[in-house]
Design a protein around this ligand. Structure first.
Ligand code: NDP
Length: 419
């Protein structure tokens, strides 16, 4: 019997909201709030009549903490799910803190304007101290730990698939399969084809910032940074087949390195086709991935934002994407004195997702875990004052919910390892 406020109404939000409406016994009341309220109204109309959840909509600029506070005071949610953009993480966290309401998101804070001097100072100091240069890291949100603890509210960070499910898989492996986990390879394979020469599967700006950044991995207690896309491996994925994959920096590595004892190496690989990489390199070379404003015809424009306006909306890819995703983690380590290796993974079919909720599998594999994390917080099953990632709670109820709500997982006890 909970009231949930969802902020954002894009590709991921749409799936999370469909799933929330499938669990009306938990989520009795839902407010969909976003910058463009007409999108919320369209989705609410589509869902009304098919769910017992009472749905309302609202307009909110989540960059403005006072607006979010006013909305929270009006709707009085038991939990807030932020599926807007990482740029809004801190303003929404501040609003939740002011109103003492639990906070949930799917991606860690990133500053929209990378020229902002206040942010840049902290960023440059962090690059030197930690040794990786991606624009996102947990420090901004971990800084709320004490404040959330004192306020007696839970902040659950990064409950998408990766991060999110991959960290739950790690907690599950640690609890049931290993005494010590020594290596973790997170593999994110999208074998889907949308038929466009170039499109991204989630917000283009966030996606291109992520994949064009230098890669990095955790080894022997420190970060190793490498030029973008400079470590390539091939892997044969169930449901997809042989794919090229590249080592990227990814946010869950930071949390797992801090939280998993004995771990010696953590890497993240994502599959890309040659055409995607060639397009991205070309866009980067001509300056279209720049995140700072440039003068154009007497007006300031940010190239990556202009590019977003030209690319297909990821939320529109559902009807045309075919194929499967295979995302999971390969663990090696020790159990009862013997070496052990396992792969925990999910295979998801783009068209099955589309038939169920009208979205492609990347939005689905993020939106379903967003609902599950929010549900566990709302039911008080994951309830700890402070700010935590998904590996810091009991994984079992989350793993059960993945099976129940559309992302069944498997354990392969003899996987091929990545060299
Ligand atoms: P979209 O661009 O499709 O949707 C973003 C939504 O947020 C839009 O509805 C947008 O409104 C809204 N929004 C943006 N700015 C504001 C604002 N200031 N105030 C209110 N609403 C705002 O993004 P996605 O759905 O693809 O991604 C959503 C989140 O999910 C991102 O944080 C992304 O990083 C994360 N993600 C996480 C993954 C994981 O596995 N952990 C994987 C994929 C994504 P408008 O319609 O007006 O633009």
């Amino acid at each position: 019997m909970s009231r949930v406020l969802v902020i954002g109404c894009g590709g991921v939000a749409s799936v999370a909201i469909h799933k929330i409406c499938q669990v009306s016994d938990v989520f009795t009341d839902l407010c969909i709030a976003s910058r463009t309220v007409s999108k919320c109204d369209v989705l609410a109309e589509e869902l009304k009549g098919n769910t017992k959840t009472n749905i309302t909509t609202a307009k909110v600029d989540a960059d403005n903490t006072d607006e979010v506070i006013a909305l929270i005071n009006k709707f009085k949610p038991d939990v807030v799910l932020n599926v807007a953009l990482p740029y809004q993480d801190l303003t929404i966290m501040d609003a939740c803190l002011a109103c003492k309401v639990p906070y949930v998101d799917t991606a860690n804070y990133e500053c929209e304007d990378t020229d902002n001097p206040e942010w840049r100072k902290v960023y440059e100091e962090r690059c030197k101290r930690l040794g990786f240069t991606a624009y996102f890291d947990y420090s901004w949100q971990w800084a709320y730990r004490e404040k959330y603890k004192e306020a007696g509210i839970t902040g659950l960070l990064g409950t998408g698939f990766d991060p999110g499910v991959t960290s739950v898989f790690t907690a599950y492996a640690q609890k049931h399969y290993f005494d010590e986990i020594h290596t973790i390879d997170i593999l994110d394979c999208n074998g889907g084809d949308h038929g466009y020469p170039f499109a991204t599967n989630f917000n283009p700006e966030i996606n291109l910032r992520e994949v064009s950044a230098p890669g990095s991995y955790w080894e022997d207690g420190h970060w190793v940074e490498i030029p973008p896309m400079s470590i390539k491996r091939e892997y044969d994925f169930e449901g997809v087949g042989m794919k090229d994959m590249y080592l990227l920096h990814h946010e869950e590595i930071e949390a797992l390195a801090a939280n998993i004892p004995h771990v010696k190496r953590i890497r993240f690989f994502m599959t890309f086709g040659q055409s995607y990489l060639t397009h991205m390199k070309c866009l980067e070379n001509v300056g279209m991935l720049r995140t700072d404003p440039v003068e154009f015809n007497g007006q300031q424009i940010v190239p990556i934002q202009f590019l977003k306006a030209l690319l297909p909306d990821p939320a529109s890819l559902g009807p045309r994407t075919v194929g499967k995703t295979n995302i999971g983690c390969i663990f090696t380590g020790i159990k009862d004195g013997k070496e052990r290796k396992i792969y925990i993974y999910n295979v998801c079919d783009h068209q099955e997702c589309y038939r169920e909720v009208g979205s492609q599998a990347i939005s689905y594999t993020t939106g379903v875990p967003a609902m599950i994390g929010t549900m566990l917080v709302a039911k008080g099953i994951w309830n700890k004052p402070g700010v935590f990632t998904t590996d810091e709670f009991d994984p079992d109820p989350y793993m059960d919910a993945l099976n129940k709500y559309g992302l069944p997982w498997k354990v392969d006890e003899n996987p091929v390892l990545v060299d």
